[in-house]
Design a protein around this ligand. Structure first.
Ligand code: ADP
Ligand code: MG
Length: 259
């Protein structure tokens, strides 16, 4: 089957003080429909830039993104984007925030309410529907941020370090929930993280990027069976072997980025 996303020698630079600084250095990758791909790389290597180019928010300086074999030329509305900071509207309740993307798409009231309620329940936010974002914990807000993208059922979901600011235990719970949601719907996910354990725990394949300008250093299939027990990953020999292999690559790039 043709890949749902195809990146061909994608490059992107930014002009700084009159000079072009390359951020992405030529990235080629195919992502299959239903695949869960995670991307790790040192800070500043162009990971967020890559997602912005992928969904059509930012044009590449060179190369191409193909979505279902057609070149992407504008913002692709079949792609959902979960950003690192939650962008919940502070003046809307949880329910209104989750329903909002459906409202924009003209989905009727009953259907809106049904779809939002099912997801809210699914991620354990039942009972908080009428709370405003400031009344929710960081973990709850991030859950809300994710389900309000899932609610309109995009084909592809991009996630930019969505669990970055959360504590380790909350992250584990949200990772586990995300895998549950993905397993139920089998959408394509491209997930950025700086946490190698998280990258391996979630993915079918882990992509390691080099220091800026970001290129692909290695693509590694994850040999762990699903469903995965994220709470006991470290007991798994295959996990440890995968981690050690990828860590050498990643550590070298993190060091280079710091030079
Ligand atoms: P990452 O997400 O991997 O930390 P980014 O994609 O945010 O990296 O940034 C990659 C590089 O591009 C960085 O050096 C950053 O400063 C630069 N950059 C990103 N966005 C812009 C922009 N809009 N203008 C100028 N430089 C940018
Ligand atoms: Mg980033």
């Amino acid at each position: 089957m043709a890949p749902i996303l195809s990146l061909r020698e994608l490059a992107r630079g930014f002009v700084r003080r009159g000079r072009v600084v390359p951020a992405l250095g030529g990235v080629s990758l195919d992502v299959a429909a239903g695949e869960f791909v995670t991307i790790v790389g040192p800070s500043g290597c162009g990971k967020s830039t890559l997602l912005n180019v992928l969904c059509g928010l930012l044009p590449p300086s060179a190369g191409q993104v193909l979505y279902k074999s057609a070149p992407v030329r504008r913002v692709n509305t079949e792609i959902g984007y979960v950003t690192q900071a939650d962008n919940l509207y502070p003046w809307r309740t949880l329910r209104e925030n989750v329903e909002f993307p459906l409202d924009v798409r003209g989905v009727g009231r009953a259907e809106r309410s049904r779809r939002a309620a099912a997801l809210i329940e699914r991620v354990g936010l039942g009972g908080f529907e009428d709370h405003y974002p400031y009344e929710l914990s960081g973990g709850m807000r991030q859950r809300a941020n994710i389900i309000r993208t899932l609610v309109y059922d995009p084909e592809v979901i991009l996630m930019d370090e969505p669990f970055g600011p959360l504590d380790a235990q909350t992250r584990l719970i949200l990772q586990d929930q995300l895998l549950g949601l993905w397993d139920a719907a089998r959408k394509t996910i491209v997930f950025i993280t700086h946490d190698l354990t998280e990258a391996i725990a979630l993915a079918d394949r882990v992509v390691v990027m080099t220091a800026r300008p970001g290129r692909i250093k290695r693509v590694c299939p994850v040999p762990l069976k699903r469903p995965r027990d994220l709470f006991h990953l470290h007991d798994d020999e295959q996990f440890r072997v995968t981690y050690d292999t990828l860590w050498d690559d990643l550590a070298a790039e993190v060091r280079r980025a710091a030079e």
